[in-house]
Design a protein around this ligand. Structure first.
Ligand SMILES: Cc1ncc(COP(=O)(O)O)c(C=O)c1O
Length: 360
């Protein structure tokens, strides 16, 4: 038999970084195998910290299982229509504006879809609000879309109306598609208000992404959806592409779709968790206070989502200038990943970490 031809990964994967499942996790697994107690805060995964799924959601899904063994419509069952896909939009070299610091999924999906991720700065000195001037400066004739993650992972920022309107103006001027990731839209603290991007830009094509993973604590169900709003005639080809992609995977996970209606129409149990006496609120406070109390560490108070994004003073901590990972001691320990200049456009003095769980 002739020697087997070497099989390498496709060149599209070469630029795909997915640090939340990357080097930091490998290091954490290694330490764990050595017997260290590691709290894995690399993903926003409520279940592993004892957050229970709301009973109505579980009940509806279980009740649906006996009748959910066939394919559904590729857009989802009627009560939970869903669609998706950047590949439908991007040709080689098309650029997508993505917030930095980034949630790496969007950067990865852009690269996988054949496009080029271009990061715009969110400004730590302005509570991590997107920097409109920076966005403008990064637009080229190849810019096709802008991603807005609000409330934001990893900074915990909740964007102001002024900033959202500014982004909409830029999208209007340059005919950009707006991709609004609003998975944390109901995880808000203090007086923070979430303003859906689609309401600020009803005259633009906006794709809003949401799902059950965070607000309803059932990340494992893999149940999410995409709402398409605004004018559509100019985008018939793209929308046809999205439908085509949805059809190629035949349909989404059927039993989990039956959880959607129960979740959206039932009691919003997240409200008790984000209230001042609620667990998420208390943990946000505890994480922020704990970080601020560490010498050489400061952190903008998160106003939403499940994350804090602390700054490490490079005078106090030696921080490598290349992409790398680090672990900081938290309660009892925290694993977090540092994103370098490549993703933030700034010196790597900030670190992403999820909040501390309760002791015990
Ligand atoms: C901003 C953001 N978007 C999307 C996701 C993924 O959500 P899903 O579980 O619906 O795939 C996450 C998960 O952490 C996230 O933080």
């Amino acid at each position: 038999m002739s020697p087997l031809r070497p099989l390498d990964q496709s060149s599209k994967l070469k630029d795909v970084l997915y640090e939340i499942r990357g080097e930091a996790l490998v290091e954490a697994d290694r330490l764990e195998a050595e017997g260290h107690a590691i709290l894995k805060l690399n993903t926003g995964n409520p279940a592993i910290f004892g957050f229970e799924a709301p009973h109505q959601i579980v009940r509806d899904m279980i009740a649906a299982v006996p009748n959910a063994h066939g394919y559904s419509d590729s857009r989802g069952v009627l009560s939970a229509r869903a669609r998706g896909g950047l590949a439908a939009l991007l040709d080689e070299g098309d650029e997508v504006l993505i917030p930095a610091p980034d949630y790496p999924l969007w950067t990865a999906m852009t690269s996988l879809g054949g496009g080029t991720p271009v990061h715009y700065i969110c400004d730590e000195s302005r509570e991590w609000q997107p920097d409109l001037e920076d966005i403008r400066s990064k637009i080229t004739p190849r810019t096709k879309a802008i991603v807005v993650i609000n409330p934001n992972n990893p900074t915990g920022a909740v964007y102001s109306r002024e900033v959202l309107e500014g982004i909409a103006d830029i999208a209007r001027e340059h005919s950009l598609l707006v991709l609004a990731d609003e998975i944390y839209d109901r995880i808000l603290f203090d007086d923070a208000v979430h303003i859906p991007m689609a309401t600020v830009a009803p005259d633009l094509l906006v794709l809003t992404f949401n799902g059950l993973s965070k607000t309803y604590r059932v990340a494992g169900y893999r149940s999410g959806w995409l709402a398409i709003t605004g004018p559509k005639t100019h985008a018939a080809g793209f929308l046809h592409g999205i439908n085509l992609l949805a059809s190629t995977r035949l349909c989404p996970n059927v039993p989990a779709q039956f959880a959607v209606q129960a979740a959206l129409s039932g009691v919003q149990s997240i409200d008790a968790l984000i209230a001042p006496t609620g667990r998420l609120h208390e943990q946000r406070d505890a994480a922020w206070k704990g970080l601020e109390a560490i010498p050489g560490v400061s952190c903008v108070m998160p106003r939403g989502a499940l994350y804090a994004f602390p700054r490490f003073d490079p005078e106090v901590y030696e921080i490598p200038t290349t992409r790398s990972s680090c672990a900081i001691s938290w309660w009892p320990s925290t694993c977090c990943s540092c994103r370098g200049r490549a993703s933030t456009g700034r010196p790597p003095t900030t670190c992403a970490s999820s909040r501390s769980p309760r002791p015990g």
